[in-house]
Design a protein around this ligand. Structure first.
Ligand SMILES: Cc1cc2nc3c(=O)[nH]c(=O)nc-3n(C[C@H](O)[C@H](O)[C@H](O)COP(=O)(O)OP(=O)(O)OC[C@H]3O[C@@H](n4cnc5c(N)ncnc54)[C@H](O)[C@@H]3O)c2cc1C
Ligand SMILES: *[C@@H]1O[C@H](CO)[C@@H](O)[C@H](O)[C@H]1NC(C)=O
Ligand SMILES: *[C@@H]1O[C@H](CO)[C@@H](O)[C@H](O)[C@H]1NC(C)=O
Ligand SMILES: *[C@@H]1O[C@H](CO)[C@@H](O)[C@H](O)[C@H]1NC(C)=O
Ligand SMILES: *[C@@H]1O[C@H](CO)[C@@H](O)[C@H](O)[C@H]1NC(C)=O
Ligand SMILES: *[C@@H]1O[C@H](CO)[C@@H](O)[C@H](O)[C@H]1NC(C)=O
Ligand SMILES: *[C@@H]1O[C@H](CO)[C@@H](O)[C@H](O)[C@H]1NC(C)=O
Ligand SMILES: *[C@@H]1O[C@H](CO)[C@@H](O)[C@H](O)[C@H]1NC(C)=O
Ligand SMILES: *[C@@H]1O[C@H](CO)[C@@H](O)[C@H](O)[C@H]1NC(C)=O
Ligand SMILES: *[C@@H]1O[C@H](CO)[C@@H](O)[C@H](O)[C@H]1NC(C)=O
Ligand SMILES: *[C@@H]1O[C@H](CO)[C@@H](O)[C@H](O)[C@H]1NC(C)=O
Length: 496
C-alpha cells in the first residue's frame, strides 16, 4: 500500500514504473487518480472553514506543492491547508482509512525526492504560522508553517531569540524535528535540545501534547521527523539576543591553502559564542571558496577570526547587525524555487585535518568536472562546519544524535543541476564522494566508523543505522506502538 509508483518515479529507479501512454500502468494511474481525488473530496466535506482543499492550477495549490528544489516537488492530486489541529486530525483519519499516499510540508526545504511531496494528498502547514512569545516562561510558540527568517524577524523587536537554521527560507518544522544545527548550537545545543513541548496529531488522529514526561514520543520526536504524526505547534526555549557580528567572505582560488590553514587552526579554538563554516563549490569550471563567520556579541574577541579575516577576498560582507538581518544576508545563497535540482549528502567527520580538507577539495573538483560534462549547469559543493567539542552536551537522549559522547562535524555535500535525466548519476556520484571522504577520515585516525549522518543531510537510501545508530531498534518499537496501522508510512521519508 506504499506509494510505490510515485516513489519509484521520483527516484528515477525504474522508468518503466512511471507510466507510458496505453500501458497497463497508464490505466492503473487513472484508477489511482480517481481514488486519490475521492480522498480529496472526502476531506473537503469533512473540514471546517478554517481549512481548505485546493486543486491545480489554483495559485494556492501551486504554492502548497512548491519546494525549494524542483527535485523535491511532485504534482499531487490536491493540496489541503489545515487551519486547526481538529481539521488536521480529520484529514489524517481520512488518509489512514483510505490508505492514500500523502505528504506533509513545513518550509519545503527537503533535499530528498518524495520526503515532503506526493502524487496523492499534499498537506501544507502554511496556516500554522504563529510566533507567540511567553516572557513568563521564557518560551516561544512556533507554528510548523514558519520559516526561520520569519521567526527571527518576529522575535527581533522583543530582543529574544531561539535556536534554528542559519539560512533564510528553511522551515521550523523539518529542522526542529530532525536536529537543528544553528549559529548558537555551541552555546545552547541543537534545536531538538531546546524544545519544551509539542502539540501533535498522532497517526490515528488523536490530538495530544508531548513533553519530557512522555518518555518514548519525547525521544522519538527529537530527530524522528514525520514518523510519529504531525506537529502543529512547537514550544521552545528563548534566550536574550544582543546584536551579533558576522557575514561572509569569498576568496580568490589562489588563497585555498590559506583558507585550509585558517579552518584547521580555527577548529581548535573553543569559544561557544563563535561559529564558522567554509564553503567549497565547483561550477562553470571554477572552484569557489568562501567562509561564513558568526559571533554572538556585537564584537568578536581580538584574534579569534584573524586567520580568515587577513586572507585577501573577492567579496566580503561582514558587519555588526541584528541576528535577523544577518540571516537575511544569506538570501543570495538560497535559490528561489524553480528548476534547480539538489540533493544533500552528509559526511560526518570529527576534524577538518589537512588530509580531509584536501580530499574534499579533490572530490569537489573531480565530481564537479565530471557532472559539468553531463549538465553544464551542475555545481558540486560542500559546507564544512566545525563545532565546539561540547555541541552535543546541551541535551539528553534523543533519536538524533544517537551518540553524544563526541562532537561530529556534520559536513553536507550539496550538488545542484537541472537535467532530470542525470538524477541517478548525481546520487551515485555523491555516494562515491562520501565513501572517499569517509575512507580518508578513517585513514586519518578519526573515530568515524559509526559516526551518525545528520538526518536532514542524509541522501535518500542511506541505511537507517547510519543515521540513528544504536537507536534504531527502540525507534522501531516506538513506531510500532504509536502507529500500528503504519499511516505515516503513506508519507515519504526515512521510516522506522
Ligand atoms: C539552504 C538550506 C540551508 C539549510 N540550513 C540548515 C541549518 O542551518 N541547520 C540545519 O540543521 N539544517 C539546515 N538545512 C537542512 C534542513 O534541516 C532540512 O532541509 C529540513 O528538513 C527543512 O525543513 P523544512 O520544514 O523546510 O522542510 P520540509 O520539506 O517541509 O519537511 C522536511 C521533512 O519534515 C517533515 N515534516 C514537515 N513538517 C512536519 C510536521 N509539522 N510534523 C511532522 N513532520 C513534518 C516532512 O514530511 C519532511 O519529511 C538546510 C537546508 C537547506 C536547503
Ligand atoms: C479532482 O477533483 C476536482 C474537484 O472536483 C476536479 O476539479 C479535478 O479535475 C479532479 N482531478 C482529477 C485529476 O481528476
Ligand atoms: C466559519 O464558521 C464559523 C462557525 O461555523 C463562523 O462563526 C465563521 O463566521 C466562519 N468564518 C468564515 C470566514 O466564514
Ligand atoms: C506563559 O507561561 C506561563 C508559565 O508556564 C503560563 O502560566 C501562562 O499560561 C503562559 N501564557 C500564555 C499566554 O500561554
Ligand atoms: C511531568 O509530570 C509531573 C508530575 O505529574 C509534573 O509535575 C511536571 O510538571 C510534568 N513535566 C512536564 C514537562 O510536563
Ligand atoms: C552587505 O549586505 C547588505 C544587506 O544585504 C547590503 O545592504 C550591503 O550593501 C552589503 N555590503 C556589501 C559591501 O556588499
Ligand atoms: C581525487 O579523486 C579521484 C576520484 O575519487 C581519485 O581518483 C584521485 O586519486 C584523487 N586524487 C587525489 C590526489 O587524492
Ligand atoms: C541549464 O539551465 C538553463 C537555464 O535554466 C536551461 O535553459 C538549460 O536547459 C539547462 N541545461 C541543461 C543541460 O539542463
Ligand atoms: C539531459 O541528459 C540526457 C542524458 O544524458 C541527454 O540525452 C539530454 O540531451 C540532456 N538534456 C539537455 C537539455 O541537455
Ligand atoms: C567513537 O564513536 C562512537 C560512536 O560512533 C562512540 O560511541 C565512542 O564513544 C567514540 N569513541 C571515542 C573514544 O570517542
Ligand atoms: C491513538 O493512538 C494513541 C497512541 O498510541 C493511543 O493512546 C490511543 O488510544 C489511540 N486512539 C484511538 C482512538 O485508537
Amino acid at each position: 500500500m506504499l506509494p510505490t509508483t510515485s516513489l519509484l518515479c521520483a527516484l528515477s529507479l525504474a522508468a518503466l514504473a512511471c507510466g507510458y501512454p496505453g500501458t497497463l500502468e497508464d490505466r492503473a494511474t487513472l484508477v489511482t487518480t480517481s481514488r486519490f481525488n475521492a480522498t480529496c473530496h472526502q476531506i473537503a466535506a469533512a473540514i471546517s472553514n478554517a481549512s481548505e482543499v485546493f486543486y491545480p492550477p489554483s495559485p494556492q495549490y501551486v504554492s502548497d506543492i512548491s519546494h525549494t528544489y524542483a527535485s523535491s516537488s511532485q504534482a499531487s492530486i490536491c493540496s489541503v491547508e489545515p487551519g486547526s489541529a481538529d481539521d488536521l486530525s480529520k484529514i489524517l483519519r481520512i488518509i489512514g482509512s483510505t490508505r492514500t499516499p500523502f505528504a506533509v510540508k513545513g518550509g519545503g526545504h527537503a533535499s530528498n525526492p518524495g520526503f515532503s511531496s506526493t502524487r496523492g494528498v499534499q498537506i501544507s502547514l502554511a496556516r500554522f504560522d504563529k510566533t507567540a512569545i511567553n516572557s513568563t516562561s521564557g518560551t516561544v510558540e512556533l507554528g510548523p508553517g514558519l520559516t526561520w527568517d520569519q521567526v527571527y524577524t518576529a522575535l527581533d523587536p522583543a530582543g529574544v531569540n531561539v535556536i534554528g537554521a542559519r539560512i533564510p527560507g528553511v522551515g521550523v518544522a523539518g529542522v526542529t524535528l530532525g536536529g537543528g544545527f544553528s549559529y548558537k548550537s555551541n552555546e545552547y545545543g541543537l534545536s531538538v535540545d531546546n524544545v519544551v513541548s509539542y502539540d501533535l496529531v498522532l497517526p490515528n488522529g488523536t490530538i495530544t501534547s508531548v513533553t519530557s514526561n512522555d518518555t518514548d514520543l519525547w525521544f522519538g520526536l527529537r530527530g524522528g521527523l514525520n514518523n510519529f504524526g504531525i506537529v502543529t505547534n512547537f514550544v521552545v526555549k528563548s534566550y536574550p539576543q544582543t546584536k551579533v557580528w558576522g557575514g561572509f567572505m569569498f576568496y580568490p582560488p589562489n588563497q585555498l591553502a590559506a583558507v585550509k590553514d585558517a579552518l584547521v587552526r580555527y577548529q581548535r579554538k573553543q569559544d561557544i559564542k563563535a561559529s564558522a563554516a567554509v564553503l567549497l563549490n565547483y561550477g562553470s569550471g571554477q572552484l569557489l571558496v568562501g567562509s561564513f563567520l558568526f559571533y554572538d556579541a556585537p564584537v568578536p574577541p581580538q584574534g579569534l577570526f584573524d586567520d580568515f579575516l587577513t586572507i585577501p577576498t573577492t567579496s566580503k560582507n561582514i558587519s555588526t547587525t541584528s541576528f535577523a538581518d544577518l540571516i537575511l544576508l544569506f538570501n543570495q545563497l538560497n535559490p528561489s524555487p524553480g528548476s534547480i535540482r539538489n540533493y544533500f549528502c552528509g559526511v560526518p567527520v570529527t576534524q577538518y585535518s589537512p588530509a580531509v580538507f584536501d580530499a574534499f577539495v579533490n572530490q569537489t573538483k573531480f565530481w564537479g568536472a565530471y557532472l559539468a560534462s553531463l549538465d553544464k549547469n551542475a555545481t558540486v559543493g560542500v559546507t564544512l562546519e566545525p563545532f565546539d567539542s561540547g555541541v552535543f552536551s546541551h541535551g539528553s537522549g534523543s533519536a538524533y544524535p544517537p551518540d553524544r559522547s563526541q562532537a561530529i562535524f556534520p559536513s553536507v555535500l550539496g550538488y545542484t543541476w537541472t537535467n532530470a535525466s542525470i538524477d541517478g548519476i548525481v546520487a551515485s556520484a555523491m555516494r562515491k564522494e562520501s565513501a572517499a571522504i569517509h575512507a580518508v577520515a578513517l585513514a586519518d585516525g578519526q573515530n568515524v566508523s559509526h559516526a551518525a549522518v545528520y538526518v536532514n543531510y542524509a541522501l535518500f537510501g542511506t541505511p537507517l543505522e547510519d543515521i540513528y545508530g544504536q537507536n534504531v531498534p527502540r525507534l522501531r518499537k516506538i513506531r510500532a506502538a504509536i502507529d500500528p496501522e503504519d499511516v505515516m508510512g503513506l508519507a515519504g521519508g526515512f521510516k522506522f
